[in-house]
Design a protein around this ligand. Structure first.
Ligand SMILES: [Zn+2]
Length: 126
């Protein structure tokens, strides 16, 4: 898959599109591009923080300058955006980080679903 790099404006447009597709329009969500040093976690393409009661969330997407060379995949910001959005549907069933097995299973499920959705939207098969 080739790289999908977007500006913050383009990401905001994608966010609106995906909020609609994923039925997350009642959330107030912002998306921004962050340098790795400003992200909360390490080695991440994206991260999301939420306040469920207010249905507010912030999504941070890794700045392409910090995307490592030589990975099996090129950076795909839209895919990362969809991944982080799917987390919002699963807030109430998200296990603690200490529960590594379930946490890993959740990440894998979100990863598979986000890839499927993005591939469908782009009209790709196989
Ligand atoms: Zn995740």
């Amino acid at each position: 898959m080739s790289a999908v790099i977007q500006t913050e404006d383009e990401l905001r447009a994608k966010l609106a599109e995906w909020q609609k597709i994923l039925r997350l329009q009642d959330w107030i969500i912002n998306v921004s591009i962050f340098r790795e040093r400003d992200m909360k976690g390490e080695n991440r393409c994206g991260e999301v923080e939420w306040t469920l009661e207010k249905r507010m969330a912030s999504i941070r997407i890794l700045d392409p300058v910090d995307y490592p060379d030589g990975l099996m995949e090129e950076q795909d910001m839209e895919l990362t955006l969809v991944h982080e959005l799917l987390h919002l549907h699963l807030v109430t069933v998200t296990p603690d980080h200490e529960d590594e097995l379930r946490h890993c299973a959740l990440e894998q499920a979100i990863d598979a679903i986000s890839r499927g959705l993005v591939a469908l939207k782009r009209g790709l098969t196989g």
